[in-house]
Design a protein around this ligand. Structure first.
Ligand SMILES: [Zn+2]
Length: 506
């Protein structure tokens, strides 16, 4: 079992229970709010971060104490000039200022050599709307080191809730307040002024972030890119074209010994086959006996196949896990019902599907290579002459798998093993993102997704498949007692003391 993968992820967002259902859609709490109070979506990383890039460089390059000392000095200058003070410090707004005003705003910075040096990478960029102003106070860039500094600043501020980005967002808001443009109640102002020193650091940081976001339309004037004052897409294009991609490296996961597992699975497969022979009551058609054993053997066969070329660590492993989950839910539901007519329905549906495939392909000039029509004909006629066989076109039980899982008390299997593995069957974006795409680790590229080398080292599905097969054998044991062998390698791997032979829920 993949050790260390059991740790839970701490969500920074709403849980499933906080979503509201409307037909086939689960709406997030925010979208429910946005329906009542329409808001214009705005992005920190795409537009507001580039608009405060100079402050991002300072927040990521200076000691925090020095950064805040400089910020307070800038705010003091603005506060002292109050009425005539320039109220905004985004690149977009600074571009609107004349040279004298720009220098007035930047007095504390120009008097701090360290800050001037840290800001030098700004000179690399031609797409910043206020580039001409910065040229007057910053020395020529040194591309060999300055692109790296720029990448570091963007990386540290990329997350809208990180400490450096919060420090930047605080400055943007604080400067607006200090220049007298915005008034706020004394208790709120105190929280803002005490950031980041007060004990309620997270609360005051959250307040600064929320306020910066709420007032950014007013502070920025126009929405960068959308209103065109600062073409932030051009900024990101300049960053992209100035540096190369760095696809994330593959993770290695070789925590299971597939050869050993294969031996155990093969031995179990043979043991189930022997139990089949011991429990057979008649050579007549017996849907209950045949299907229950065949479902278990099929799941074991699929699991065994994953071990031969380490398919358990590839997308094919997830596709197979979904098949095993479906086999489990089917058997579990059949076992709970244990109704002769339903066992027959399960078998006849499969026979009908064999006949359907045969009839669809028999007159084709070019039959798919994987189809063997002579075998299909055998399957379609094995129980009865196919002329007597009807073909059901819906789901075999006239219920979808989720309903079968619900009705048999196996919904947790559906949720745990079927939902996400289905993504790999349906080629949805989540599976594609996981399998053939990876983030580019260059912050100047906004961590965009790029093709990766084939991912053959995913976390193994063998332990999950083994748990499901064991539960299938529990059902088989209910139908045809007594059968004690179980897969046990994953208990040993995880240090679980559950002994083979005991019915196991996992
Ligand atoms: Zn890239």
């Amino acid at each position: 079992m993949a050790k260390g993968r059991k740790s839970r992820t701490e969500l920074k967002s709403s849980k499933l229970k906080h979503h509201s259902r409307n037909k086939n859609r689960l709406s997030s709490p925010f979208s429910s709010f946005a329906q009542k109070f329409p808001v214009q979506m705005q992005s920190w990383k795409d537009t507001r971060l580039p608009n405060m890039l100079w402050a991002c460089l300072l927040a990521s390059g200076m000691k925090r104490e020095a950064y805040f000392s400089l910020c307070h000095a800038m705010c003091d200058v603005a506060h002292a000039r109050s009425e005539e003070a320039f109220q905004f410090i985004t690149h977009q707004r600074l571009a609107e200022a004349d040279a004298e005003t720009f220098l007035q705003v930047m007095i504390p910075i120009t008097e701090t050599p360290d800050a001037i040096s840290i800001l030098r990478p700004i000179r690399l960029l031609r797409t910043l709307p206020d580039a001409a102003h910065w040229e007057t106070i910053l020395s020529d860039p040194v591309p060999e080191t300055d692109w790296h500094s720029l990448a570091k600043a963007i990386a540290l501020c990329f997350d809208h809730q990180s400490q450096p980005s919060t420090d930047v967002r605080w400055l943007k808001l604080m400067y607006f307040v200090a220049s007298g443009k915005m008034r706020m109640p004394p208790n709120m102002l105190e929280r803002l002024l005490n950031y980041p020193a007060d004990e309620n650091h997270n609360t005051s940081g959250g307040f600064a972030r929320a306020s910066e976001s709420n007032f950014s339309m007013e502070i920025d004037g126009k929405t960068p890119s959308i209103d065109g004052a600062f073409d932030t897409e051009a900024f990101w294009k300049e960053c992209y074209e100035s540096s190369s991609c760095h696809p994330a490296a593959m993770e290695k996961d070789n925590s299971v010994d597939s050869e050993k597992i294969a031996h155990e699975l093969l031995a179990l497969y043979e043991a189930v086959a022997i139990h089949f022979s011991k429990t057979i009551a008649s050579t007549d058609i017996d849907p209950r006996h045949d299907s229950s054993f065949a479902l278990v053997l099929y799941a074991l066969y699929l699991l065994l196949g994953l071990t031969s070329t380490r398919l358990d660590q590839r997308a094919e492993g997830r596709v197979t896990l979904r098949c095993i989950a479906e086999a489990f839910i089917t058997l579990h539901w059949l076992t709970k019902k244990d109704d002769p007519s339903i066992w027959t329905q399960h078998r006849n549906y499969g026979v009908g599907q064999s006949k359907l495939s045969l009839l669809k392909n028999v007159d084709l000039d070019e039959v798919p290579d994987f189809l063997d029509l002579s075998e299909l004909e055998v399957y379609a006629n094995e129980d009865y002459w196919q002329e007597f066989t009807d073909i059901d076109l819906g789901a075999w039980a006239n219920k979808n798998l989720r309903t079968l899982a619900d009705e048999s008390g196996a919904k947790e299997v559906y949720d745990k093993y079927y939902d996400w593995s289905s993504a790999y069957v349906h080629s949805n974006w989540g599976a594609l993102r996981d399998t053939v795409m990876t983030p580019c680790l260059n912050p100047l590229h906004r961590f965009h997704r790029v093709p990766r080398s084939p991912k053959f080292e995913m976390p193994s599905v063998l332990a999950d498949g083994s748990k499901l097969v064991n539960r299938m054998i529990d059902d088989l044991n209910t139908l045809y007692p007594t059968f004690k062998p179980r897969i046990s390698w994953h208990h040993k791997e995880s240090g679980d003391k559950t002994k083979a032979g005991k019915p196991s829920r996992e």
